[in-house]
Design a protein around this ligand. Structure first.
Ligand code: DHB
Ligand code: FE
Length: 279
């Protein structure tokens, strides 16, 4: 039977992709951020997941404002990235697991989540930057991927409560898959940030640290916020916290914290990192 072994949440800022390309790991600005990641990679080496379900938001590469599905699941053999204008290097395609994707899609629709299935899907920095942080050596990367894209760009956005329930439905879907697969769920983006408008540069450290704590044992407390609460407390793009809630919902009731890190600012963002293991 398939099993969710744990979850990782991480920032996905494009500047991280450029810092990786320039190998700025020891640079004083970047070091406190990159120093959070070896522990995550050690954990991944131990648990050896077969598949990563990557919950992220597309920022305009695959979906644009004219067509913006709320929840989308990839069902492709492979996923490519494209030049988004951030100066990020093109990367080799990521291998998919279409059989598990279709199981996920069928199970989610049966569970009353009317998601958009995507047999072609370009993946942007929300997907590629976390993958580069967690699996830096592509020649050794064996994990297959299933992108789950969530609208955090064009309002109305799905509520935190709805996202938490989607995560729970993803958890049920994986558990009902008959093949032996170890699955890790990534929630990418966050924590607080606002990229535009009068509050550009807004970061709320207190709120971020509260989220890092509550998401472990009291995720329902975070799921009670409205989207407008999140925008007020965490900034317009801080609403990406809903992606973390999907990851947390998928892990089931009891989890243990393996590792966390928090550093501000990285670019315009409170960069939070968390590794949770399923009970
Ligand atoms: C930044 C953060 C994001 O979440 C994003 O998608 C793009 C840029 C930033 O802080 O620069
Ligand atoms: Fe983002």
């Amino acid at each position: 039977m398939a099993k969710i072994v744990g979850g990782v949440t991480t920032s996905h800022i494009p500047a991280i992709g450029n810092a990786i390309a320039k190998e700025l790991f020891e640079d004083p600005y970047w070091k406190p951020f990159f120093d959070g990641y070896p522990a995550v990679r050690e954990w991944l080496d131990q648990v050896k997941p077969d598949v990563a379900i990557v919950v992220y938001n597309d920022h305009g590469l695959n979906f644009f404002l004219d067509k913006m599905p709320t929840f989308s699941v990839g069902a492709a053999f492979e996923y490519t990235n494209k030049d988004e204008g951030w100066g990020l290097q093109p990367l080799p395609p990521y291998e998919g697991d279409p059989e598990l994707s279709w199981h996920l899609i069928e199970s989610l629709v049966a569970d009353e989540f009317d998601i958009c299935s995507c047999q072609e899907m370009a993946v942007d920095h929300g997907f590629t930057v976390p993958m580069s942080l967690l699996w830096p050596d592509r020649s050794k990367m064996t994990v297959k991927t299933i992108p789950v894209a969530v609208n955090t760009v064009q309002h109305p956005l799905p509520s935190p409560a709805r996202c938490f329930k989607l995560g729970q439905a993803i958890g049920r879907a994986v558990e009902s898959y008959g093949k032996d697969k170890k699955v890790v769920v990534l929630g990418t983006g966050g924590l607080s940030h606002q990229l535009d408008g009068e509050r550009a540069g807004f970061i709320n450290k207190e709120f971020d640290l509260m989220c890092l704590e509550k998401i472990v044992d009291e995720p329902e407390a975070l799921a009670r916020y409205s989207i407008h609460d999140l925008v007020r407390l965490a900034g317009a793009q801080g609403a990406e916290l809903i992606l973390w809630l999907i990851m947390r919902g998928a892990l089931g009731e009891k989890v243990s914290k393996v590792h966390s890190n928090y550093h501000i600012p990285i670019s315009n963002t409170g960069a939070g990192l968390l590794v949770l293991e399923s009970a």
